[in-house]
Design a binder for this molecule. Structure first.
Ligand code: SF4
Length: 215
């Protein structure tokens, strides 16, 4: 559950405890690939009753270095404040992968003009989930998953297919929940506001930035 947070100048935040009142006894360890702090809020809330969570921040798709640092700061900020909140007895840990936008550019070469949601995004998901599965396998996790499905712009069936295939390859289980369901996206907006997190207005790569009309 996400407990009461410290305010950052808004109206008092009341956590939603309705889903989380009866935590299960058998807790499992999960590596959660996170694309950004805001998307991770609702996913951590959803997973916390059943899993001990390690967030793995691996996002070479954020091709602007300053933007990458800003998103990573928001991720750190959220986890630190979440862990410091009353009632959190199992802190979320954070592991940060390498920042290697050159790998993203190399893997998506030839797909630069694809629209968001097209073939370039499938390659981008694969790159990030591949590294996350390797991380999970190397550190003895049984489960891995990703925050990517929180976004209404991201096709869960594509994420599910990639995650399941990688899980098979690495001897893991992919927790294939579509986190946008049950108002997951709406919840991530609510929690981002409550925690005062920086929330970007484009997906991440320079192509999505252009597509969003940002100069
Ligand atoms: S639009 Fe988003 S998901 Fe698609 S390639 Fe760019 S960063 Fe990756």
């Amino acid at each position: 559950m996400l407990p009461q947070t410290q305010e950052r100048g808004g109206v008092p935040y009341v956590p939603d405890l309705s889903d989380n009142s009866a935590p299960s006894e058998a807790r499992k360890r999960i590596a959660l690939h996170s694309c950004c702090g805001p998307c991770s809020t609702a996913v951590i809330e959803r997973l916390a009753p059943d899993f001990d969570i390690t967030v793995f921040f691996y996002n070479p798709n954020i091709t602007d270095c300053a933007e990458y640092e800003r998103r990573l700061d928001a991720q750190r900020d959220f986890i630190e404040r979440y862990n410091a909140s009353p009632g959190v007895d199992r802190p979320v840990t954070l592991s940060v992968g390498a920042y290697e936008p050159e790998v993203f550019f190399s893997r998506t070469a030839g797909l630069e003009t694809e629209p968001e949601g097209g073939a370039r995004c499938a390659v981008c998901f694969e790159l990030r989930l591949e590294k996350s599965a390797e991380f999970a396998s190397m550190h003895g996790f049984e489960y891995f998953t990703t925050t990517l499905s929180v976004s209404p712009h991201k096709d869960h069936s594509v994420i599910h297919g990639i995650g399941t295939r990688l899980a098979l390859r690495c001897g893991l289980t992919f927790h294939a929940e579509d986190f946008k369901k049950r108002d997951g996206y709406k919840r991530s907006l609510e929690l981002s506001r409550a925690y005062g997190l920086y929330r970007q207005n484009y997906c991440g790569c320079e192509f999505s930035r252009r597509e969003a009309g940002i100069r």
